[in-house]
Design a protein around this ligand. Structure first.
Ligand code: 5RP
Length: 236
């Protein structure tokens, strides 16, 4: 039985979507890649949401069977709203995954996690044979960390310890990410805290250095992952 007057059906993307036209163009390219029967890992953020909208149009018009493995509650809600069935990562390895990013450098290294979903996003990207990162032109940078800090997801009990260990890496700044629309800090999709850490330089070892700190669940740094970058009209 379905819920009546379900609140989910009246929701829309909370904020206005920046660079909507560019994102729409890439979203349509993503939708064209979907094959009947696919189980797709779906990243979080406005670009992933727009890709999901474009996919739902194909599902409706062509009656194809597609299932999504969401990386956040926001995307799970969108799947419910768009009538896209959900699959569990416990049961299914995604055929492929798409996701957005906050920064992409020339070597296809990424910073992600503005939306606080980086742990599940990294899990999905690591589990997928193919991943497409959909990035409008504002995401391309010559130096990783020039526009965004590196989000470090921290088990709450370990906050003070992780803060101290991060300071030993001589970052340019560290901030506990605070919530908007709720008192206190942001709680991630996995129930943890985020320390946003600014680095003047990010080298290839930083991701594993961060991960080696006890209490760090994951970081939003993606160094050397096998991903394809999809920009409006081009592949990188
Ligand atoms: C969420 C993410 C998003 O993919 C990233 O923040 C990009 O978001 P948007 O598509 O809204 O620009 O990493 O954790």
């Amino acid at each position: 039985m379905k819920w009546e007057n379900n609140i989910i059906h009246s929701l829309s993307w909370g904020k206005s979507i920046i660079r909507k036209e560019e994102k729409e163009m890439i979203a349509n390219q993503i939708a064209l890649m979907v094959n009947d029967g696919d189980i797709i890992g779906v990243g979080s953020g406005s670009t992933s949401y727009m890709a999901l909208l474009a996919i739902s149009r194909r599902i409706r018009e062509e009656k194809i069977q597609v299932r999504a493995i969401p990386t956040s509650i926001e995307i799970e809600i969108a799947c419910s709203q768009l009538d896209i069935p959900i699959a569990s990562i416990m049961e299914h390895k995604p055929d492929w995954t798409f996701d957005g990013a906050d920064e992409v450098d020339l070597k296809k290294n990424l910073i992600k996690g503005r939306g606080g979903a980086m742990f599940k996003e990294k899990l999905l990207i690591s589990s997928s044979k193919r991943t497409y990162i959909i990035a409008d032109s504002s995401k391309m940078v010559s130096r990783l960390g020039s526009k965004f800090p590196v989000p470090v997801e921290v088990f709450p009990y370990a906050l003070a310890y992780v803060d101290q260990a991060l300071r030993e890496l001589s970052p340019a700044g560290i901030q506990l990410r605070m919530a908007e629309g709720k008192d206190g800090p942001v709680i991630t999709e996995s129930g943890n805290l985020i320390l946003d850490v600014w680095f003047d330089q990010i080298d290839d070892t930083l991701e594993s250095t961060l991960k080696s700190i006890t209490g760090v669940i994951e970081s939003g740094l993606f160094i050397g992952y096998d991903v394809k970058i999809l920009q409006p009209g081009t592949w990188v």
